[in-house]
Design a protein around this ligand. Structure first.
Ligand SMILES: NC(=O)c1ccc[n+]([C@@H]2O[C@H](COP(=O)([O-])OP(=O)(O)OC[C@H]3O[C@@H](n4cnc5c(N)ncnc54)[C@H](OP(=O)(O)O)[C@@H]3O)[C@@H](O)[C@H]2O)c1
Length: 213
């Protein structure tokens, strides 16, 4: 199979298309033919090896072998299942999050059936599904599970036009909060269109000066 590898930290130029053996699923794993992956902020941070302390995990001088194929979000079709797999079958259209196991910049990936993996709704295509993984689940986890968001609260979302922020704005509105989004000038209209009642342009204003948000 083809996959995109990097063996040294740096700019996108370090990414190289190469041939690898097609992975074989273990008993508890499914083999996914990946239709779409994405470039997340985390993928870029790992590729650059920044901040430097991250290299304690990723590899001090160069990325460790298990991190060399990036890509944490994927959407695709199940091509084979391990003999103990119960939740999925061949042909299922799925999407999910590989986390630190990455390696979604590849034609195939194996992942445990109990990992962050679910059936793709038929109403969305693979491209749409893959864009609703890391940003959406991170926003939901922090707003609902960690922040215990409540209707009527004022919520400030810094980075409202990004992968996490665009979902955070919509979810905060869904939970009944009054939302203020912070982003750059070109994205102000986008953030408003997602439901933010107030927007702050970080090039024009420091949100910390806004006492009413
Ligand atoms: N589970 C986790 O904890 C988790 C998961 C994923 C990501 N992250 C981290 O969360 C952060 C955001 O991730 P993302 O994927 O949403 O990134 P992203 O898609 O690159 O979005 C970045 C956002 O930050 C805004 N921004 C840039 N400079 C700013 C400034 N000076 N002041 C205020 N806002 C500014 C951008 O606005 P404009 O585009 O309008 O300039 C954009 O809305 C990253 O650090 C990422 O590593 C954490």
């Amino acid at each position: 199979m083809r996959a995109i590898e990097y063996t040294e930290y740096g700019s996108p130029q370090v990414l190289t298309l190469k041939e690898f053996d097609k992975p074989v699923p273990k008993d508890n794993e499914v083999l996914i033919k990946i239709h779409n992956s994405s470039v997340t902020a985390a993928d870029c941070i790992m590729r650059k090896g920044e901040p430097a302390w991250g290299r304690l995990i990723l590899g001090l001088f160069r990325p460790r072998k298990r991190f060399r194929i990036l890509g944490s979000e994927f959407a695709g079709e199940i091509e084979a299942v391990g003999k103990a797999v119960q939740k999925f079958k061949v042909g299922d259209e799925v999407y999910g999050f590989a986390g630190f196991s990455v390696s979604a910049y590849a034609e195939y990936k194996c992942i445990a059936e109990d990992a962050s993996l679910t059936i793709k709704p038929s109403s969305v295509n693979y491209q749409q599904a893959v864009a609703a993984v890391d940003g959406a689940t991170t926003a939901l986890f922090f707003l609902r599970d960690k922040g215990n968001i409540q209707a009527g609260q004022n919520v400030l979302i810094v980075g409202a036009s990004g992968s996490i922020g665009t979902y955070a704005v919509q979810l905060a509105r869904y939970f009944g909060a009054h939302v203020t989004g912070v982003c750059s000038t070109p994205d102000l209209e986008l953030v408003k269109s997602l439901g933010a009642q107030e927007v702050i342009d970080y090039n024009q204003e420091d949100f910390a000066d806004r006492l009413d948000c």
